[in-house]
Ligand binder design. Structure first.
Ligand SMILES: [Zn+2]
Length: 155
């Protein structure tokens, strides 16, 4: 285990030579699942791999960093699951709040174009946030209504 940086190409080639995922017919699906925060245990079971081999592969080709940037996907999972199993309400609320502040690159935006939206989320009560997490219902006072609602009666 020496000169890891200088021998990056060599070690990648060595990795590929003995990695069951690099040569796997479903490699793309496996990688997508990993980046989407599917549990590696689940992936391992579905594709008959070992959890270790998934992590080894992910580490070797830089999937861990990719997954880290994909925070929104993890938050979506928490919010989605709120309807199925008992998730701590506070966890759902903070997931919704965080989701509203994270852009597609996984960066936290607090002061740019979403600042008004996040302020509005802060103003929502716990019940309102839970309703939003459950089925996307926004409170009536919320100025950013969905387009499908159509025009309001103008004076
Ligand atoms: Zn591999």
């Amino acid at each position: 285990m020496t000169k890891r940086k200088r021998n990056l190409d060599v070690s990648l080639a060595r990795h590929e030579a003995k990695c069951g995922i690099c040569a796997h017919p479903h490699r793309e699906e496996i990688e997508r699942a990993f980046v989407d925060w599917t549990s590696p245990t689940k992936i391992a079971r579905a594709y008959k791999l070992s959890r270790d081999s998934i992590y080894r592969h992910a580490w070797a080709i830089g999937l861990l960093q990719k997954r880290q940037k994909n925070v929104r996907s993890a938050l979506e999972k928490i919010i989605e699951r709120a309807g199925e199993v008992k998730v701590n309400a506070a966890a759902v609320v903070s997931a919704v709040q965080a989701y509203a502040k994270i852009n597609a690159q996984g960066q936290w935006i607090d002061r740019s174009e979403t600042v008004n939206l996040s302020k509005l989320f802060d103003r929502m009560t716990r019940d309102e946030l839970e309703a939003y997490a459950r089925d996307g219902t926004l409170p009536r006072w919320f100025p950013v209504q969905s387009q499908q609602e159509g025009k309001q009666d103008a004076p």
